[in-house]
Design a protein around this ligand. Structure first.
Ligand SMILES: [Zn+2]
Length: 83
């Protein structure tokens, strides 16, 4: 592979030298689809997205549990005439 060899990165939209790419078995040229920087961003943003989704699911669950608990409590209080 010659030193002038560059590859187009669809992430940052520029041609980058081979040393800016991670190797990847299974692609035609043996390199990742995106350069090192874009690849890292991709991994980071995927991780953040998953984290956010988990937090949202947890919040929703807690809210549902609190509402269910409130309803039960209200029912119980009404039953004994305290509500
Ligand atoms: Zn890139």
């Amino acid at each position: 592979m010659n030193e002038d060899w560059t590859k187009w990165c669809p992430g940052c939209r520029q041609h980058l030298p081979v040393e800016d790419w991670h190797r990847h078995k299974g692609t035609k040229d043996g390199l990742q689809y995106r350069c090192k920087v874009c690849q890292r961003q991709l991994v980071t943003s995927a991780r953040n997205r998953r984290k956010k989704a988990e937090q949202q699911a947890m919040r929703r669950l807690l809210k549902e549990q609190r509402e269910a608990y409130d309803a039960l409590l209200r029912e119980a209080l009404e039953e004994v005439g305290l509500a």
